[in-house]
Design a protein around this ligand. Structure first.
Ligand SMILES: Cc1cc2nc3c(=O)[nH]c(=O)nc-3n(C[C@H](O)[C@H](O)[C@H](O)COP(=O)(O)OP(=O)(O)OC[C@H]3O[C@@H](n4cnc5c(N)ncnc54)[C@H](O)[C@@H]3O)c2cc1C
Length: 271
């Protein structure tokens, strides 16, 4: 069976659903296909198992962009809660607070390892890699090779499932924006001096170092489930359990082939 849509969105993750929702609000006939038979939200989904809710990844809902925050509030006006942040890195059988607590890191690493980290940092600052291309090279320039191998390599490769030499430097620059060892040490010191009190109003925020964040009451998937529900209520169509298998463009538009969960095939056309 063929359908005609103005737009077809592939994947009901945050990007796809945001697009589908905006298109639905603009009154554009839109089909969204999602390969997962049940869950929307992509890697921000909250899965259900035996009545329990599991977040695939803990997500910090924090953005400096008012437009983004307004969109979250529009989709989920009553279900965001403010949570204090407790992030820790488990390394060498010890927990390291993240954002770093300078004294704790020093105590855990020991004087010799801390000194090695500072020497490695000093070396990276004296001899930076010109025009860093990979995540590894970018972090090494900002923190030194030793801290890269302790804190960044294992964590990043575990979470993203990719070798740090295959991740682009601009991704690191965007993810760890504004943070270098100097900024992290200053933050750790000011946190220690403030005795854990909150940042003063007007003080700049470094995204990686925020101390509290908003969270949907039932996990990040709640936001995307609600976004999908609102999209459908506005007339958008979402087909679950459909995997894009082929795309073809002709003079009139696009044809999209998808396989269904039971192995069947469907097509849809976007003009
Ligand atoms: C542990 C963890 C923590 C994170 N923390 C944060 C955070 O604090 N803040 C933050 O901003 N981001 C965070 N992220 C990143 C965030 O989850 C992603 O940036 C975001 O989910 C990307 O959205 P997306 O729609 O581009 O892709 P995805 O979430 O990957 O969604 C893509 C969707 O497309 C579907 N799809 C793929 N191929 C097909 C196909 N052929 N046919 C049909 N459907 C298809 C997939 O099933 C999926 O549903 C975190 C990620 C992880 C893993």
């Amino acid at each position: 069976m063929k359908h005609d849509y103005e737009c077809i969105v592939i994947g009901a993750g945050p990007a796809g659903l945001t697009a589908a929702y905006q298109l639905a609000k603009a009154g554009k006939p839109t089909l969204t296909i999602e390969q997962d038979p049940e869950n929307v939200g992509g890697i921000s989904r909250t899965a259900r198992y035996k009545g329990y809710l599991f977040d695939i990844g803990g997500h910090r809902f924090f953005s400096k962009s008012k437009e983004v925050v307004d969109l979250w509030d529009e989709i989920l006006p009553d279900d965001f809660i403010e949570r204090p942040r407790l992030s820790r890195i488990f390394y060498g059988n010890k927990f390291y607070s993240y954002p770093l607590n300078g004294f704790e890191a020093l105590r855990n690493l020991g004087l010799i390892e801390s000194a090695m980290c500072m020497i490695s940092y000093g070396y990276a600052k004296m001899k930076p890699i010109a025009d860093p291309k990979t995540f590894h090279q970018w972090v090494r320039n900002q923190f030194g090779e030793r801290l890269y191998s302790i804190f960044f390599k294992t964590y990043t490769e575990k979470v993203w499932g990719m070798n740090c030499d295959e991740i682009a430097a601009d991704w690191a620059a965007q993810r760890i924006k504004g943070l270098n060892l100097g900024a992290a040490v200053m933050n750790a010191l000011s946190r220690s001096l403030r005795g854990g009190q909150k940042r003063k109003p007007g003080q700049p925020v470094i995204k990686t170092l925020i101390e509290s964040f908003r969270y949907p009451r039932k996990g990040p998937g709640m936001l995307w489930e609600e976004c999908a529900r609102k999209t459908v209520a506005l007339g958008g169509e979402i087909r679950m359990g459909r995997k894009l298998s082929k795309l073809e463009r002709d003079a009139d538009g696009w044809t999209v082939w998808m396989t269904t969960a039971d192995g069947g095939e469907e097509t849809a056309r976007a003009t």
